[in-house]
Design a protein. Sequence first.
Lengths: 116, 113
Amino acid sequence: AQSVTQLDSQVPVFEEAPVELRCNYSSSVSVYLFWYVQYPNQGLQLLLKYLSGSTLVKGINGFEAEFNKSQTSFHLRKPSVHISDTAEYFCAVIPAGGTSYGKLTFGQGTILTVHP
Amino acid sequence: EAGVAQSPRYKIIEKRQSVAFWCNPISGHATLYWYQQILGQGPKLLIQFQNNGVVDDSQLPKDRFSAERLKGVDSTLKIQPAKLEDSAVYLCASSLTLSDTQYFGPGTRLTVL
């Protein structure tokens, strides 16, 4: 089975400051990793994903994430945030094989609040 | 390309009533998922279809929840009878195949009074 831990439930930050949202996972098989964003009263939108290859992945809206296999982490970063980045962010993993193939497991979410 | 469509967007019912949600996936997507998202938590998978067959329904409370995928396209999720703890957002997602990127609909917010 897989599990995902998002280490911060809430992250307040000022506009134009850098931000890092932390995500650790546990799995007995290889996984693919995702970050989704959820704006109020909306569904989840894919920010970026890691399937294979370069461990630094760039996504939409200036976000990027780095896959660290040894630390089983997939932290999300943005060098300069905007007010419009205020939302809830979810880290998720899906096994690349095994009995849970195709089953997406989410973390608890991190609420990012950007202050002017 | 049209996204995943869901209806209704909001629903308020009293406990012990029944309710149904509808989902239309992205055209050509073989895999369809229903998730339950309780306030303050990440989405939890309820059921997963591959075409019109069930792949995983291990977390679906089968005494009150049921789901079907008509002709391998649209899907409905039903709750009968509803309980207070069923208050949540119900998200539908679809993907080309298993383990491909999942695309989510806007969700249905259910309030059970």
